[in-house]
Write a protein that binds this ligand. Structure first.
Ligand code: ASP
Length: 323
């Protein structure tokens, strides 16, 4: 299995080398239309909002930011923004990041409390500062200076879940056995080779206060480069952080892998280094600068459903399962 896929991948690298001799205009067809690709069922309304924003004249960055605002603001999405499950202290601590593939610049916030749309604060880190990532107290002060207001992000439902967890004997075993997480990751193109990626999460439920994983960190939870494509990751960020998944996928695409090959390749690399990673909760999505897409889940236990918006059609589909 490994050998065949490896060979297929190498053939695609050779094929891509041939493609790179094709004139630019043929490699990136003008006006093929925007494409939005997101993780999980909550990615579908997010894509639809993003497409709407883009259609009404917003930039691709506006589209991704406003699209991600949808699950962030939805109290029923318990892994992102308002209503996201809290940390061990019962505090909702949010992470988000967004990257512009033209400027090759990202903005991100980590461990932000009391602000339900962290992707919008991340966008302002990108637009208004020379920094890339801001964390905790400083990120909150920045958000307040930018006009955001704090609010209680716990909902009756998420508070109840936290209280149930607190009442469980030996509840701290969560520190070694993660359970809930379903970040929103979105990758997008304008159909003319411009790429944007974004990611927003409340992170692992009951996490140790201060924990930051892959989602807000550029290259880990998301990455975009107009020269190749964009990618995002979801799942056990403590595990995936060690593999810099999103930037690795984009670099594989830059070397000629298709988005599907690149997604499969990074998860296989994880298993090659540590075979037990086969049971890990890991999934990735990718899109190249021609709007072709790829998705992969490590195993059937953590099976990513992804949302795709293309040619005015909005779909929810099953990713490829590797092991
Ligand atoms: N990767 C995120 C984290 O570990 C969670 C997720 O993607 O579902 O914080």
């Amino acid at each position: 299995m490994e050998k065949i896929n490896r060979r297929t991948f190498m053939q695609s690298v050779a094929a891509a080398a041939a493609v790179s001799a094709v004139p630019e205009a043929e490699a990136k067809p003008e006006g093929s239309g925007p494409v939005f690709l997101s993780t999980w069922p909550h990615g579908k309304p997010a894509n639809e909002r993003a497409a709407e924003v883009f259609k009404s004249g917003g930039s691709l960055l506006d589209a991704v930011e406003k699209g991600i605002n949808v699950p962030e603001s939805d109290p029923n999405v318990m892994s992102v923004g308002y209503g996201g499950l809290p940390n061990a202290d019962g505090v909702v601590s949010l992470d988000a990041g967004i990257m512009d593939g033209t400027r090759h610049r990202a903005g991100a916030v980590c461990a932000l409390e009391g602000i339900k749309n962290p992707i919008s604060v991340a966008r302002l880190v990108l637009e208004r500062t020379r920094h890339t990532t801001m964390a905790g107290e400083g990120a909150l002060r920045f958000a307040l200076e930018m006009g955001f207001h704090t609010e209680q992000l716990l909902t009756p439902k998420s508070l109840e879940r936290w209280m149930q967890w607190k009442a469980t004997p030996n509840h701290e075993t969560f520190w070694i056995t993660p359970d809930n997480h379903d970040t929103i990751g979105m990758v997008a193109t304008d159909g003319r080779g411009h790429m944007v990626a974004g990611c927003s999460t409340s992170g692992l439920e009951w996490k140790i206060p201060g924990r930051v994983a892959d989602s807000p960190l550029v290259g880990l939870g998301y990455f975009a480069d107009d020269n190749a494509g964009a990618a995002s990751a979801t799942g056990d960020g403590d595990l995936m952080s060690n593999y810099c998944t999103s930037v690795s996928i984009v670099h594989l695409m830059a070397r000629g892998a298709s988005p599907q090959e690149a997604c499969a390749e990074i998860l296989k690399q994880m298993v090659k280094t540590i075979p037990a990673n086969k049971d890990g909760e890991c999934a990735v999505i990718a899109m190249n600068n021609r709007g072709e897409i790829g998705t992969a889940s490590m195993n059937a236990k953590f099976h990513l459903k992804y949302a795709l918006w293309r040619n005015a059609e909005s779909q929810l589909l099953d990713s490829v399962v590797l092991y």
